[in-house]
Design a protein around this ligand. Structure first.
Ligand SMILES: Nc1ncnc2c1ncn2[C@@H]1O[C@H](COP(=O)(O)OP(=O)(O)OP(=O)(O)O)[C@@H](O)[C@H]1O
Ligand SMILES: [Mg+2]
Length: 270
Protein backbone atom coordinates (compact mmCIF):
# COMPACT_ATOMS: atom_id res chain seq x y z
CA UNK A 1 0.00 0.00 0.00
CA UNK A 2 1.35 3.47 -0.87
CA UNK A 3 2.20 5.43 2.28
CA UNK A 4 0.05 8.47 3.02
CA UNK A 5 3.22 10.50 3.67
CA UNK A 6 6.71 9.83 2.35
CA UNK A 7 9.76 11.74 3.52
CA UNK A 8 12.53 11.00 1.02
CA UNK A 9 16.20 11.83 1.53
CA UNK A 10 15.50 15.09 3.32
CA UNK A 11 18.49 17.22 4.29
CA UNK A 12 18.51 20.51 6.17
CA UNK A 13 21.43 22.55 7.45
CA UNK A 14 21.64 25.85 9.31
CA UNK A 15 25.01 27.25 8.26
CA UNK A 16 27.48 24.47 8.94
CA UNK A 17 25.10 22.65 11.30
CA UNK A 18 23.75 19.66 9.34
CA UNK A 19 20.57 19.13 11.32
CA UNK A 20 18.87 16.56 9.04
CA UNK A 21 20.79 14.19 6.79
CA UNK A 22 19.24 11.74 4.37
CA UNK A 23 16.07 11.33 6.44
CA UNK A 24 13.57 8.79 5.07
CA UNK A 25 10.25 8.02 6.74
CA UNK A 26 7.02 6.47 5.48
CA UNK A 27 3.78 7.07 7.36
CA UNK A 28 0.79 4.92 6.47
CA UNK A 29 -2.84 5.98 6.82
CA UNK A 30 -4.15 5.16 10.28
CA UNK A 31 -0.75 4.84 11.94
CA UNK A 32 0.42 6.53 15.12
CA UNK A 33 4.14 7.10 14.68
CA UNK A 34 6.35 8.30 17.54
CA UNK A 35 9.30 10.50 16.62
CA UNK A 36 11.99 10.25 19.28
CA UNK A 37 15.55 11.35 19.82
CA UNK A 38 17.78 13.23 22.23
CA UNK A 39 17.56 17.02 22.53
CA UNK A 40 18.81 18.73 19.40
CA UNK A 41 18.58 15.59 17.26
CA UNK A 42 16.37 17.35 14.69
CA UNK A 43 12.80 16.30 15.57
CA UNK A 44 11.23 19.77 15.50
CA UNK A 45 13.21 20.67 12.40
CA UNK A 46 11.82 17.59 10.68
CA UNK A 47 8.27 18.60 11.61
CA UNK A 48 9.03 22.12 10.37
CA UNK A 49 10.20 20.84 6.98
CA UNK A 50 7.17 18.56 6.55
CA UNK A 51 4.70 21.31 7.48
CA UNK A 52 6.28 24.09 5.41
CA UNK A 53 7.83 26.15 8.21
CA UNK A 54 11.34 25.39 6.92
CA UNK A 55 12.28 24.53 3.33
CA UNK A 56 14.44 21.41 3.08
CA UNK A 57 17.78 21.84 1.28
CA UNK A 58 17.17 18.67 -0.71
CA UNK A 59 14.87 15.68 -0.82
CA UNK A 60 11.18 15.19 -1.38
CA UNK A 61 8.05 15.13 0.76
CA UNK A 62 5.16 13.32 -0.87
CA UNK A 63 1.67 13.44 0.60
CA UNK A 64 -1.18 11.61 -1.10
CA UNK A 65 1.10 11.14 -4.14
CA UNK A 66 1.73 14.92 -4.46
CA UNK A 67 5.05 16.66 -3.89
CA UNK A 68 4.55 19.21 -1.09
CA UNK A 69 8.09 20.25 -0.09
CA UNK A 70 7.76 23.58 -1.93
CA UNK A 71 4.30 24.49 -0.62
CA UNK A 72 3.75 27.20 1.99
CA UNK A 73 2.71 26.23 5.51
CA UNK A 74 -0.74 27.65 4.82
CA UNK A 75 -1.23 25.46 1.75
CA UNK A 76 0.11 22.38 3.49
CA UNK A 77 -2.59 22.75 6.17
CA UNK A 78 -5.15 22.93 3.37
CA UNK A 79 -3.88 19.63 1.93
CA UNK A 80 -4.65 17.96 5.27
CA UNK A 81 -1.51 18.10 7.44
CA UNK A 82 -1.81 20.12 10.66
CA UNK A 83 0.69 20.46 13.48
CA UNK A 84 1.20 21.77 16.98
CA UNK A 85 4.25 23.62 18.27
CA UNK A 86 6.70 22.69 20.97
CA UNK A 87 6.52 26.23 22.41
CA UNK A 88 3.13 27.64 21.50
CA UNK A 89 2.74 31.40 21.60
CA UNK A 90 -0.69 32.94 21.92
CA UNK A 91 -2.05 36.34 20.85
CA UNK A 92 -2.40 38.69 23.82
CA UNK A 93 -5.74 40.16 22.89
CA UNK A 94 -7.74 37.09 21.95
CA UNK A 95 -9.64 34.79 24.25
CA UNK A 96 -9.24 31.02 24.16
CA UNK A 97 -12.42 30.53 22.13
CA UNK A 98 -11.42 33.28 19.70
CA UNK A 99 -8.01 31.71 19.11
CA UNK A 100 -9.67 28.35 18.44
CA UNK A 101 -12.23 29.88 16.07
CA UNK A 102 -9.53 31.79 14.19
CA UNK A 103 -7.94 28.45 13.33
CA UNK A 104 -11.03 27.32 11.38
CA UNK A 105 -10.06 26.88 7.73
CA UNK A 106 -13.54 27.33 6.25
CA UNK A 107 -14.14 30.98 5.43
CA UNK A 108 -16.39 32.96 3.20
CA UNK A 109 -14.13 35.82 2.23
CA UNK A 110 -13.37 39.24 3.59
CA UNK A 111 -16.43 41.01 2.20
CA UNK A 112 -18.86 38.37 3.38
CA UNK A 113 -17.46 38.68 6.90
CA UNK A 114 -17.45 42.48 6.80
CA UNK A 115 -21.00 42.66 5.51
CA UNK A 116 -22.09 40.09 8.06
CA UNK A 117 -23.83 37.96 5.44
CA UNK A 118 -25.91 34.91 6.40
CA UNK A 119 -23.16 32.68 4.97
CA UNK A 120 -20.55 34.35 7.16
CA UNK A 121 -22.80 34.16 10.23
CA UNK A 122 -23.45 30.49 9.60
CA UNK A 123 -19.70 29.79 9.15
CA UNK A 124 -18.97 31.64 12.38
CA UNK A 125 -21.63 29.67 14.24
CA UNK A 126 -20.23 26.38 12.90
CA UNK A 127 -16.71 27.39 13.90
CA UNK A 128 -17.92 28.35 17.38
CA UNK A 129 -19.71 25.02 17.88
CA UNK A 130 -16.72 23.06 16.64
CA UNK A 131 -14.32 25.09 18.81
CA UNK A 132 -16.53 24.61 21.87
CA UNK A 133 -16.70 20.85 21.32
CA UNK A 134 -12.90 20.63 21.00
CA UNK A 135 -12.29 22.89 24.00
CA UNK A 136 -14.55 20.59 25.98
CA UNK A 137 -12.71 17.47 24.77
CA UNK A 138 -9.34 18.98 25.79
CA UNK A 139 -10.73 20.28 29.12
CA UNK A 140 -10.37 23.96 28.28
CA UNK A 141 -14.01 24.98 28.74
CA UNK A 142 -13.29 26.62 32.14
CA UNK A 143 -10.80 29.01 30.45
CA UNK A 144 -12.91 29.55 27.32
CA UNK A 145 -13.28 33.29 27.85
CA UNK A 146 -9.87 34.03 29.36
CA UNK A 147 -7.18 35.82 27.40
CA UNK A 148 -5.22 33.03 25.73
CA UNK A 149 -1.99 34.70 26.86
CA UNK A 150 -3.06 34.05 30.46
CA UNK A 151 -3.22 30.28 30.01
CA UNK A 152 -0.69 28.04 31.72
CA UNK A 153 2.03 26.36 29.64
CA UNK A 154 0.10 23.07 29.63
CA UNK A 155 -3.16 24.78 28.69
CA UNK A 156 -1.44 26.54 25.79
CA UNK A 157 -0.28 23.11 24.57
CA UNK A 158 -3.87 21.88 24.70
CA UNK A 159 -5.13 24.96 22.88
CA UNK A 160 -2.49 24.28 20.22
CA UNK A 161 -4.02 20.81 19.73
CA UNK A 162 -7.51 22.34 19.49
CA UNK A 163 -6.29 24.82 16.84
CA UNK A 164 -4.69 22.04 14.78
CA UNK A 165 -7.88 19.99 14.98
CA UNK A 166 -9.99 22.93 13.78
CA UNK A 167 -8.46 22.30 10.32
CA UNK A 168 -9.89 18.73 10.24
CA UNK A 169 -6.50 17.29 9.27
CA UNK A 170 -5.90 13.80 7.93
CA UNK A 171 -2.47 13.85 9.56
CA UNK A 172 -1.90 15.55 12.89
CA UNK A 173 1.72 16.19 13.90
CA UNK A 174 2.29 16.99 17.55
CA UNK A 175 5.52 18.43 18.92
CA UNK A 176 5.83 17.34 22.56
CA UNK A 177 2.11 17.57 23.33
CA UNK A 178 2.44 16.53 26.97
CA UNK A 179 5.50 18.50 28.09
CA UNK A 180 4.42 20.45 31.17
CA UNK A 181 1.04 18.73 31.34
CA UNK A 182 -0.22 17.12 34.59
CA UNK A 183 -0.10 13.27 34.54
CA UNK A 184 -3.90 12.95 34.81
CA UNK A 185 -4.32 15.20 31.81
CA UNK A 186 -1.63 13.25 29.94
CA UNK A 187 -3.86 10.19 30.23
CA UNK A 188 -6.77 12.21 28.87
CA UNK A 189 -4.63 13.40 25.96
CA UNK A 190 -3.69 9.79 25.17
CA UNK A 191 -7.38 8.86 25.18
CA UNK A 192 -8.34 11.87 23.03
CA UNK A 193 -5.61 11.05 20.49
CA UNK A 194 -6.64 7.38 20.45
CA UNK A 195 -10.24 8.42 19.76
CA UNK A 196 -9.08 10.63 16.86
CA UNK A 197 -7.04 7.72 15.51
CA UNK A 198 -10.02 5.37 15.79
CA UNK A 199 -11.97 7.87 13.68
CA UNK A 200 -9.26 7.60 11.01
CA UNK A 201 -6.73 10.32 11.83
CA UNK A 202 -3.06 9.53 11.29
CA UNK A 203 -0.74 10.85 14.00
CA UNK A 204 2.95 11.68 14.21
CA UNK A 205 4.01 12.51 17.76
CA UNK A 206 7.30 13.95 18.95
CA UNK A 207 7.54 12.92 22.58
CA UNK A 208 10.05 12.23 25.33
CA UNK A 209 7.65 10.49 27.72
CA UNK A 210 8.24 6.77 27.22
CA UNK A 211 5.07 5.77 29.04
CA UNK A 212 3.05 8.00 26.72
CA UNK A 213 4.83 6.51 23.71
CA UNK A 214 4.19 2.93 24.79
CA UNK A 215 0.52 3.68 25.42
CA UNK A 216 -0.08 5.50 22.16
CA UNK A 217 2.33 4.68 19.35
CA UNK A 218 2.22 1.78 16.91
CA UNK A 219 5.75 2.42 15.67
CA UNK A 220 8.69 4.61 16.61
CA UNK A 221 11.29 6.36 14.50
CA UNK A 222 14.41 7.53 16.34
CA UNK A 223 16.60 10.42 15.22
CA UNK A 224 20.16 10.89 16.41
CA UNK A 225 22.17 13.91 15.24
CA UNK A 226 20.02 14.26 12.15
CA UNK A 227 20.05 10.59 11.11
CA UNK A 228 17.32 7.99 11.49
CA UNK A 229 18.90 5.31 13.66
CA UNK A 230 15.89 3.11 14.45
CA UNK A 231 12.44 2.27 13.19
CA UNK A 232 10.81 -0.20 15.56
CA UNK A 233 7.87 -1.01 17.80
CA UNK A 234 7.73 0.89 21.12
CA UNK A 235 8.41 -2.27 23.11
CA UNK A 236 11.64 -2.82 21.16
CA UNK A 237 13.11 0.59 22.05
CA UNK A 238 14.69 -0.51 25.33
CA UNK A 239 16.71 -3.26 23.69
CA UNK A 240 17.53 -1.55 20.40
CA UNK A 241 21.32 -1.04 20.25
CA UNK A 242 21.11 2.11 18.13
CA UNK A 243 18.51 3.68 20.42
CA UNK A 244 20.59 2.94 23.51
CA UNK A 245 23.66 4.39 21.82
CA UNK A 246 21.74 7.50 20.79
CA UNK A 247 20.42 8.18 24.28
CA UNK A 248 23.16 6.80 26.47
CA UNK A 249 26.31 7.00 24.36
CA UNK A 250 29.32 6.36 26.57
CA UNK A 251 27.08 6.16 29.62
CA UNK A 252 25.86 2.74 28.55
CA UNK A 253 26.35 0.12 31.24
CA UNK A 254 28.96 -2.54 30.44
CA UNK A 255 26.73 -5.39 31.62
CA UNK A 256 23.96 -5.12 29.09
CA UNK A 257 21.95 -7.99 30.51
CA UNK A 258 21.15 -5.79 33.50
CA UNK A 259 20.29 -2.76 31.43
CA UNK A 260 17.03 -1.16 32.33
CA UNK A 261 17.24 0.68 29.05
CA UNK A 262 13.78 2.15 29.01
CA UNK A 263 14.25 3.72 32.45
CA UNK A 264 17.61 5.13 31.47
CA UNK A 265 16.26 6.50 28.20
CA UNK A 266 13.41 8.05 30.14
CA UNK A 267 15.75 9.68 32.65
CA UNK A 268 17.98 11.08 29.95
CA UNK A 269 15.16 12.07 27.66
CA UNK A 270 13.16 14.00 30.23
N1 LIG B 1 16.02 28.24 12.69
C1 LIG B 1 17.17 27.70 13.12
N2 LIG B 1 18.35 28.33 12.93
C2 LIG B 1 19.52 27.79 13.33
N3 LIG B 1 19.62 26.58 13.94
C3 LIG B 1 18.48 25.91 14.15
C4 LIG B 1 17.20 26.42 13.76
N4 LIG B 1 16.25 25.51 14.08
C5 LIG B 1 16.90 24.49 14.66
N5 LIG B 1 18.24 24.72 14.70
C6 LIG B 1 19.25 23.80 15.24
O1 LIG B 1 18.96 22.51 14.79
C7 LIG B 1 19.30 21.55 15.78
C8 LIG B 1 18.12 20.65 16.02
O2 LIG B 1 17.09 21.42 16.62
P1 LIG B 1 15.63 20.83 16.82
O3 LIG B 1 14.82 21.91 17.46
O4 LIG B 1 15.13 20.27 15.55
O5 LIG B 1 15.92 19.64 17.85
P2 LIG B 1 14.89 18.71 18.63
O6 LIG B 1 15.24 17.30 18.32
O7 LIG B 1 13.50 19.14 18.37
O8 LIG B 1 15.31 19.00 20.15
P3 LIG B 1 14.40 19.11 21.49
O9 LIG B 1 14.12 17.70 21.96
O10 LIG B 1 15.29 19.84 22.44
O11 LIG B 1 13.17 19.88 21.16
C9 LIG B 1 19.75 22.33 17.01
O12 LIG B 1 21.18 22.35 16.99
C10 LIG B 1 19.20 23.72 16.75
O13 LIG B 1 20.00 24.72 17.34
MG1 LIG C 1 12.03 19.98 19.50
Amino acid sequence: MTPLLQVKSIAKAFGGNHVLQNVNIDVHAGEIVGLLGPNGSGKSTLLNTITGFEAPDSGQIIYERQRIESLTAHNIVKTGIARTFQLPSMPQKMTTIEVAMAAATGHHGFWATLLNTPAARSAEQQAREKADALLNELQLTPVRNLSSAALSGGQKKLLGIVCALMADPKILMLDEPTAGVHPNLKRDIVSALQRLNTRGMTLVVVEHDMHFIRELCHRCVVLDRGHIVANCRPEELATNEQVLDAYLGNARPVNRTNTTGMQKIQVLAS
